[in-house]
Design a protein around this ligand. Sequence first.
Ligand SMILES: [Zn+2]
Length: 410
Amino acid sequence: MWNKTDLESIRKRIAQLEPDMIEMQRRLVALPAISPVSGGEGEKVRAEYLAGLLQSWGLEVTEYRAPDQRAPCGYRPSLTARLKGRTTHPTLWLMTHLDIVPPGPIELWQSDPYQARVENGRVYGRGTEDNQQEMAASCYAVRALLDLGLTPGTDVVLMLVADEENGSDYGVGWLLENHDLCRPLDLVVVPDAGNEAGTLLEVAEKSIAWVKFTTIGRQAHASTPHHGNNAHRAGARLLVQLDRRLHERYNAEDRLFSPPVSTLEPTKKEANVPNVNTIPAEDVFYFDCRMLPQYELTGLLEDMKGIAQGLAQESGVEVKVEPVQMAQAAPPTSPEAPVVMRLADAVREVYGGEPFTRGIGGGTVAAFFRRRGIPAVVWGRNDGQAHRPNEYSVIANMVGNAVVYAHLMG
Ligand SMILES: [Zn+2]
């Protein structure tokens, strides 16, 4: 742990480094790193710039290349940059992602998304908040320690990864699968989400199940329904039965999550017949379910099939139940895990406010660590600008978050 004097000099040094952080943002904005699946060339140019910079600071930089023939260079680079601490165990990992999403319709932007614009305490440009704000903040937290000649309590590794925006198969997923990097007792912080006050520490996520239901009956004229079998009516009945019975069965509550229950929502409905006077032979609808991690998705799917089977017998239709996406949640990070407690302390110290832990309904890259038994926490103080047109980073957040990261390194 840093003492009061150390903390004061860290805070001061980071404030002095603000122009350098803005300069890093400027450079990164001008070096877009877009996945080949989104029409880009990957992260090569950006990784080269960062590797050069971090090496010039004296950090031990390693580049990892995930083979990807869709990228012109044939690989997707990820970097680690290590600052030696007084001990190696546990190592503190700060993971940010190199890639950005495309800017979307250009007419929605007030200025060039690939040219940083600094205005009213903000830096505008694609990627400035997601995830460059935290990349600059974590890099300059390390830089401040180097400038002050302070040795962190434990090894600190900046992990700059590819492919976060498209599933991480060429980023952290590949990295953890192919290289022995993190250990279960390490501290992993993924600064890639959060809230405006910086008080939200994300430690858990729900499982996701998207399921397609198709009912197949027999087509007929609407005036002679006895010649057909109405797939739409059967589908409607099935939907109501699923809604009632699944909610009865999957009714557990967990206060860690908001909302604290599993959500099971009928969402998409495909068009059936184009005219009013035909009885449809086929009807299709979908459920989007976000389940508390205690439930196994295989069991949920079995229950859905059971309900569908009952309906099929009752209505004389055929029913198909097909998973569209099934992602079982990783085990949650304990709200009492050391990385969570230390981050909460740092946030309290730097920003005031009372941090709270929460589970969310969607997946995050922290799951790659959690599945390996490595507690990971997702955090950030930000304005929720990810993927928006006219994306910006609040400079005060970038600077403040750097102080939080430096705090953690003590
Ligand atoms: Zn992100």
